[in-house]
Design a protein around this ligand. Structure first.
Ligand SMILES: *[C@@H]1O[C@H](CO)[C@@H](O)[C@H](O)[C@H]1NC(C)=O
Length: 85
């Protein structure tokens, strides 16, 4: 994306919550990465399934869904997840 900050608007109409939004996203992603291992799923032969690399079109473009494994990084992470549920 050429100018990602454009999504927040400009001048007097710039989003006043942009810093909170960006830091909230940062701490969410950091928490997921600290708690889970995200890996490619394996096919029947044990070969990693590669993401297609395709993206949706439109204003909010994102990768098309692909299969992956999201597992707790450790027993401590698993216990924390279960205690929060
Ligand atoms: C998660 O990844 C870390 C770092 O590569 C590794 O040490 C740990 O064994 C992995 N945990 C599981 C449950 O695979």
């Amino acid at each position: 994306m050429r100018d990602p900050s454009a999504a927040w608007g400009f001048g007097r109409r710039i989003c006043p919550g942009r810093d909170m939004a960006q830091w909230s996203i940062w701490i969410c992603i950091a928490s997921v990465l600290a708690t889970f291992n995200l890996t490619k799923s394996l096919d029947e032969q044990g070969v990693p399934i590669e993401p297609s690399g395709e993206y949706t079109s439109g204003l909010g473009s994102y990768p098309v869904p692909h299969q992956c494994d999201i597992l707790p990084r450790s027993e401590a992470a698993r216990a924390m997840i279960l205690s929060a549920a």
